[in-house]
Design a protein around this ligand. Sequence first.
Ligand SMILES: [Zn+2]
Length: 344
Amino acid sequence: MTRTLDTTPLPWHGDVWQQTLNVFRAGSAGHAYLLHGEADTGKRHFATRLAEYLLCQSPLPTTACGLCKSCLLNAAGNNPDLLVLEPEEGSKQIKVEQVRDVRQFLEMRSHGKGRRIIILDTAESLGTSSANALLKGLEEPPQDVVFLLLSDRPRAVLPTISSRAQSLRMPRPRRDEVLAWLLTLSEQPSVADLEQIIELAQGRPLAARAIIDSGLAAAYAEIGETLLALAQQREYPLNVASRYNKSHCLEFLTMLLHWLAELSKFRMTASAASLKGQALLALAQSLAGTHETERQQEQTLALLQLYNRVATAQMQLVGTTNPNTQLMLEDLLLDFARLFKRPR
Ligand SMILES: [Zn+2]
């Protein structure tokens, strides 16, 4: 069975999409492009859509048709004219053996109308020997072969590779564009929850979508409520610690870390403009209770110190050390609640 092929580019890629299609239609395209831009903003999506368009046998004015043989093969994920190269699971590097697949691919003939595409995700995961193995193909590719190299960190791409590709900068979307896009997904949390998720994902749309797809949106909303309850002393730190020690401990620390960063910023700039969500605003208000400069400075320092400790705890949790999470959470949450206590 074939799934329907979504052939449209992401909304914030509109301009770069149109410009790229124009170059290909005018016949002035290069044979290798380095698509670079921030992680989780849709570079792979763009490259896939472009590959589908370039391989499509009867493309529409701005997208692949979604119906021809080539499009159906793409939808099924087995178009022989498209090769995707990425690090194997558990590895950060593209291995030399994988690059040999490219050579083999380059020696074959096209199955469709002549064009063939290689997507390399990501270009900085090519070590020196893999890069060398790829070089010949990149220098003298057969006609109608297009390399689409992706990178979050173009400066980390070996110069032998990047110098042979044209640079194509992929824009990052504005927050309102991310929100509008997330709202088009079927099962969506409320706008307020979405704004919170976008903040947590640092404005990166695919990271936000991953939070929603993994079913964690509700968990994050609940964590926000819990942090507010802690600050308002409606919850005991020790109870909260034992609850999150059992589940969503990492999410709890992630959210706490993010909020401490937001609150520190708020304390230092005295502006609530960037604070998203009711719970975070309420927290900032409880923090803002004091007008004494000395007390404010104490708070800023305490916020930053706690931020560092939460960051360390988070690293320990995802790292190889096996921390006592109950004690760790208790410790952090007692100090978190203390931040909001009125001086006697
Ligand atoms: Zn097609």
